[in-house]
Design a protein around this ligand. Structure first.
Ligand code: SF4
Length: 341
């Protein structure tokens, strides 16, 4: 227990065991969950129904908080990027996307990324480390603390490959899902993978109805390996077979994310290939127009080119959402999170 100094990374059962171990009644765990998740109160000093000695003890063991808000930027479209400094000085980024009734938080799962997709900023400075469950859940609490908005949806699409940090991801999802805490419905949470086959297989057995989204971005082995080196380890053919098993096994729907890069993956043949794959997986397609990354020379397609690609999919009966990648002006859009100050 003492190695995990982040209270928001503990399941209610772990917290109960902690309190019982120090001679406190187990119900303190429910009280703590109320303060943390229902009231969003991270300062133990304000946990007024806890005896003073216990508050001091909690501060000693679990404080100071490990996620320091280091900076924040607000886009003209309302999207907000929050930059956090971890206990070891490493920077991670979290994005809040408010749309109508929804407040979607895009979480990072790793500091940096080892998969180095060529269009993405997150891998540019290499991989630092996995985030703990507390650092993943902590982003949700910190966003709420900073903005006052209670997150309604979670997407794990920020820095890192979530399925490469499975243990912490799973724990974080279970904590966020716990009705005694934040109680985020599993169907309001989406995990995105670049194509980590063993992770998809474990994810299928999770027993939680969390959505899975595949960052596809290319429909041939050659182009996908060029754009996303993970494809050399887990080729498209095997990846699609794993996704088919996922869909058939659990009856869960998938989404294919496709970042449209001008002159790279936006041809008629690409649209054809994408339609084929989506049909096979019963998946809808999220089209995202590429957002520029400093130091990379890829180009954003014009609105007309994006529309034409979308129409090609729709005429083949594929449900398509055109996701105008939000927050591009503050480098908070898909593929732009670099973890730099
Ligand atoms: S797209 Fe995902 S897997 Fe690829 S480098 Fe970026 S964060 Fe990593």
């Amino acid at each position: 227990m003492s190695s995990n100094k982040d209270i928001s990374g503990l399941t209610l059962e772990e917290l109960r065991a902690y309190f019982e171990n120090i001679g406190e009644p187990g119900f303190r765990a429910e009280q703590a969950y109320l303060w943390l998740f229902k009231r969003g109160e991270l300062d133990f000093e304000r946990w007024t129904d806890f005896p003073r000695a216990l508050r001091d003890r909690l501060s000693e063991l679990f404080g100071p908080r490990r996620l320091d808000l280091y900076g924040r930027l607000k886009s003209k479209d309302g999207t907000e990027k929050l930059v956090f400094k971890l206990h070891d000085g490493v920077i991670i980024e979290t994005v809040l996307i408010p749309t109508g009734e929804r407040a979607t938080v895009c979480l990072s799962s790793q500091a940096g990324c080892k998969f180095r997709c060529v269009f993405c900023a997150s891998g540019l400075d290499g991989f630092k480390h996995d985030l703990t469950a507390g650092e993943i859940v902590g982003q949700v609490l910190a966003v709420r603390g900073a903005t006052g908005l209670i997150p309604t949806n979670i997407v794990v699409m920020g820095m890192g490959e979530p399925l490469d940090n499975f243990y912490n991801l799973e724990k974080a999802l279970r904590i966020l899902n716990d009705r005694r805490g934040l109680g985020l419905a599993a169907r309001r949470m989406t995990v995105s993978t670049a194509g980590h086959i063993p992770g998809i297989e474990r994810f299928a057995k999770l027993g939680l109805q969390v959505n899975l989204s595949l960052s596809l971005h290319a429909v041939t082995e050659k182009l996908r390996s060029d754009l996303m080196p993970i494809n050399r380890k887990y080729p498209l053919k095997d990846l699609l077979a794993a996704c088919e098993r996922f869909v058939q096994g659990g009856g869960r729907k998938m989404t294919c994310e496709y970042i449209l890069i001008r002159g790279v993956n936006d041809s008629a043949a690409d649209a054809e290939g994408l339609a084929e794959i989506s049909k096979k997986l019963w998946a809808k397609v999220n089209l995202i127009s590429y957002s520029p990354v400093l130091g990379l020379s890829y180009q954003t397609p014009t609105r007309g080119e994006v529309e034409a690609f979308k129409r090609r999919l729709e005429t083949r009966g594929i449900p398509v959402t055109l996701r105008r990648s939000q927050g591009a002006d503050i480098l908070a859009a898909c593929g732009q999170l670099a973890g730099r100050v």
